[in-house]
Design a binder for this molecule. Structure first.
Ligand code: GTQ
Length: 345
């Protein structure tokens, strides 16, 4: 690939004229916006150990009362994107949120899509558009775009969860905003009970149109059971993984980000090929080593890490006797919509 002209090659008065007219020559920048073969990526492989994060989150509980926080969250920010930009990757935001007994995080709705993966604690609930969802370890709870949500905790002890939002993408698109609301009236009925029976879904002769998000809570008990059944039924299957889907459509649960649960068999080493999307790995149970390019992380339970796209990732279960379980998030639905989804090798 031959070298192109530089900005310095142009006479200063010509450059000044361009600047005054809000014009920029492409050729000095062409290679940086269209690099050869592989995109440039700011996403750095980054590890957030829970043991170091948790004491600081608990300290936030003492330092900042709920009414001064609205959402008491420490953001897992990727230094490659600049900490102040609060991105784990180009499209993914990660936050670790704390709710103490008796606290209430007031109702609001916003354009970014969110999910929460419950890390620890008992007795908290998230109410999403009037549906009250219990929060237990490993559960995945959705708050899709535009839906009212508030969190409350009537149990004892702290409750902590990992928020994943497509906030950086929405912010980039200049469509990110929130609306504050009143305490919701809880409606009877739970999607996770109606849709708890795989393969049989509600139907009607008198179709009135389906809810866009029929299931808001995906209990860990069910996802874990699905992974164990899959591993047992297919002993030679290398990637024991399930995707969180909308049970009415079979499509990803949200528009931009994909969510998965993965099981590593005892001592299993799994090489995930290089693909275009960035990924996030969070350990639900066990200990997992993550290797990507020149980085290697030892993930303990409740640890989180992210990896850039276009790099192979190798996962290793540290236990030789017990399976390990991971929650995975990625940008593949977005990449497919953009028409750029790629698997390389
Ligand atoms: O719980 O609604 O981590 O609105 C960031 C923004 C959590 C939430 C976050 C939010 C929330």
């Amino acid at each position: 690939m031959h070298e192109l002209g530089r900005l310095e090659d142009l006479p200063q008065d010509y450059r000044d004229q361009l600047t005054r007219l809000n014009l920029v020559p492409l050729w000095p920048n062409l290679r940086s916006v269209l690099p050869p073969q592989v995109p440039s990526r700011n996403t750095r492989p980054t590890h957030w150990p829970y043991t170091t994060l948790k004491p600081l989150l608990m300290q936030a509980g003492e330092l900042t009362p709920m009414h001064k926080a609205e959402r008491r969250v420490l953001v897992l920010a990727n230094p490659g994107h600049g900490l102040e930009n609060m991105k784990a990757s180009p499209a993914m935001y990660l936050g670790m949120q704390l709710l103490l007994p008796g606290e209430w995080a007031p109702a609001h709705r916003h354009t970014p899509n969110a999910v929460r993966m419950i890390v620890e604690g008992h007795g908290a609930t998230t109410t999403v558009n009037g549906e009250k969802c219990p929060m237990e370890r490993g559960d995945l709870i959705l708050t899709p775009t535009g839906q009212w949500h508030e969190h409350e905790h009537s149990g004892s002890g702290p409750v902590v969860w990992l928020d994943v939002l497509d906030l950086p993408l929405m912010y980039y698109a200049e469509v990110s905003y929130a609306v504050e609301g009143e305490r919701q009236t809880v409606q009877p009925g739970r999607g996770d009970e109606v849709y708890a029976h795989g393969g049989v879904v509600p139907t009607s002769y008198f179709e009135r149109g389906r809810a866009e998000y029929p299931m808001l809570r995906y209990p860990w008990r069910e996802a874990r059971a699905a992974l164990e059944a899959l591993a047992q039924t297919q002993p030679s299957l290398t990637c024991v993984q399930v995707t969180y889907v909308n049970p009415d459509t079979g499509h990803h649960i949200q528009n931009n980000l994909g969510y998965y649960a993965m099981m590593l068999r005892p001592a299993q080493q799994l090489r995930l090929p290089a693909r275009s999307p960035s990924q996030v790995f969070h350990v639900i149970e066990g200990r997992v080593d993550v290797a990507v390019t020149k980085h290697a992380f030892g993930l303990a339970e409740a640890d989180t890490c992210c990896t850039p796209g276009y790099e192979a990732v190798t996962l290793t279960n540290r236990s030789t006797t017990e399976p390990a379980f991971l929650f995975v998030a990625d940008e593949s639905p977005l990449h497919r919509k953009l028409g750029v989804y790629e698997v390389r090798s």
